[in-house]
Design a binder for this molecule. Structure first.
Ligand code: AMP
Length: 536
């Protein structure tokens, strides 16, 4: 096992093997079956490009040869920062075959994140685009290489300047290296933490292959279908739930959009016969409002929606407007996935986050004292299982805080279970405003605010307060021309039975919310805005 990665205890590992979750399959095998059985079937499609299975398989072997010639060795970490593209897929599979560990990062990351990632991963290489959305990543690479001397190679998709062109490596002679150890780390994802710099999540071949296989089965993705990556492929949701890798594993087509904007994504659904995609809730109303413009039949489409809080009414309205099937998921790059299935009754499918992926997922809901709460009560979700990490990479001190002694990961998410065993997410622990000792769960208040007829969307953030420590500020996107006042909203929430301390202290009206690179409402930025220009 890679030094610095935390293995599962031997007894659990034996059980996961015995029960068939870890089968010894590695990500190096991706594409091999379909390349043999359906060589010309489209493996990856973008707006401009389409590559069949046999050709993609050949390109991955050639690039593995090129990367090896450039010095990449099994066990090396390479930070990969590429937009959704055929190149990104090829780089990942080539690295899996070599046993090189891609550390997948978003194109929105800059020196602070990439520099810190390269240092903490002790990365030997960096793969970047030349220019993406007007930003020259070669400038970034120069600064990273100067700051982190261990980064020996920079490979550029496009014009390489003084670096190595990806196209040059792709022309190398194919290699067929020894298969990687299935218990070894296959890739690293980044934690979605909104505070501090992202941590590295090591995922093994065995655990990720399990996730790809079972999410595809559960979401009924097979060789007759196509998966659309509208979110960044570097994110677990679009990479492996089942995502692009899950599609390639089962011989489906992986369709890559450049963004989840309706203009970029929806036309591809019709053109490539997409049957499954993943969205964050923020994009759902946009898709619902603009689907009609595209004349695309979405009746075969399943959209997995998750990653952030979603209320049932929005989910129902969007499903109806789009004429597709919605399911909901709750998940994290760290592992655990809980989701609803297409044949769940509508109340479960649209109103809960469903059940975990694996029968061996262990879930606990605990109170502040660390003890299990009463059935149905809200508490922090703790989990361990065959595809949930046992520790962030090289983060011993942090690990002692976020894992229990018996290896449960403290998710920081507040959930409750329905009597039928479906999960409902109530918010995050750190998304709780501590108002003079009284705790205000932002998610709960936001849901009530969204129910107000003059409110389209709402986000509640903590702002510092001399007397109370923290107070709450509601950022509201009005539903129409006449915006609600703070007094109206407070009256409304009071009328819905909310405790007085949960009523927002301030109100700011905005046209839209800033989003983090992955599409979550960026509460840190909202908070900063409130501090610069205090409102209501
Ligand atoms: P990431 O690893 O970037 O996917 O972030 C994982 C975090 O996103 C989780 O720990 C949750 O805080 C949040 N999250 C994921 N799914 C949901 C959901 N369905 N509802 C609310 N929050 C979610």
């Amino acid at each position: 096992m890679l030094t610095g990665a935390v293995p599962w205890p031997a007894a659990l590992a034996r059980r996961y093997r015995r029960d068939g979750y870890w089968t010894g399959e590695t990500l190096a095998e991706l594409l091999r079956g379909p390349a043999r059985d359906r060589p010309t079937h489209p493996a990856v499609a973008t707006r401009a490009d389409q590559v069949g299975y046999a050709e993609l398989d050949r390109r991955c072997d050639a690039l593995a040869g090129g990367l090896r010639a450039a010095g990449a060795r099994a066990g090396d970490r390479w930070v990969v920062q590429l937009p959704n593209s055929v190149e990104l897929v090829t780089v990942c599979v080539a690295m899996f075959r070599l046993g090189v560990i891609p550390v997948l990062t978003l194109t929105a990351h800059r020196l602070a994140e990439i520099g810190s990632l390269c240092a903490s991963a002790d990365a030997a290489g960096l793969v970047i685009p030349d220019v993406h959305l007007g930003y020259d990543h070669r400038t970034l690479a120069r600064a990273v290489a100067a700051a982190v001397p261990g980064v020996r190679s920079v490979v550029v998709a496009g014009e390489p300047a003084e670096f190595t062109a990806l196209a040059e490596l792709a022309g190398a002679d194919p290699v067929d290296p020894a298969p990687p150890d299935p218990d070894e780390v296959a890739l690293c994802l980044l934690s979605g933490g909104t505070t501090g710099l992202p941590k590295l999540i090591p995922r093994t071949h065995n655990d990720y292959a399990y996730q790809l296989r079972e999410t595809a089965t559960a979401m009924r993705l097979d060789g007759s279908g196509a998966y659309l990556a509208a979110l960044p492929v570097a994110h677990n949701a679009a990479l492996g739930c089942p995502g692009v890798l899950g599609a390639l594993r089962c011989g489906a087509t992986a369709v890559l959009a450049s963004s989840p904007a309706p203009d970029d994504a929806i036309p591809l659904i019709g053109r490539a016969g997409v049957t499954l995609t993943t969205l964050m809730p923020a994009f759902l109303p946009l898709w619902a409002a603009s689907a009609d413009l595209f004349d695309v039949d979405l009746s075969r489409l399943v959209i997995e929606v998750g990653g952030a809080m979603l209320d049932e009414a929005t989910a129902r309205a969007a499903e109806q407007a789009l004429g597709c099937t919605l399911t909901r998921w709750f998940g994290m790059g760290e592992g655990l996935l809980s989701f609803t299935r297409v044949d769940d009754p509508p109340g479960v499918r649209l109103g809960t986050e469903g059940r975990p992926l694996c029968p061996a997922d262990e879930l606990r809901v605990v109170g502040e004292d660390g003890r299990d709460v009463a059935p149905g009560a809200v508490g922090e979700l703790l989990t361990r299982g065959p595809y949930t990490l046992r520790g962030y990479y090289r983060a011993d001190e942090h690990n002692t805080r976020v894992f229990t002694r018996d290896g449960f990961f403290r998710t920081g998410d507040l959930v409750r279970m329905t009597p039928a065993g479906d999960m409902i997410v109530e918010g995050r622990i750190r998304d709780v405003i501590n108002r003079g000792g009284e705790k205000v769960p932002a998610g709960e208040v936001e849901e009530h605010l969204r129910a107000h007829p003059l409110v389209r969307d709402a986000a509640l953030v903590a702002v510092p307060d001399r007397a109370m420590g923290e107070k709450s500020a509601a950022f509201v996107i009005p539903a129409g021309a006449s915006p609600p006042s703070l007094a109206q909203l407070r009256d409304f929430l009071r009328g819905r039975g909310l405790a007085a301390y949960k009523l927002p202290d301030r109100l700011a009206l905005v046209e839209r919310f800033p989003h983090t690179a992955i599409g979550k409402v960026d509460k840190a930025r909202l908070r900063d805005e409130m501090l610069v220009a205090p409102a209501g």
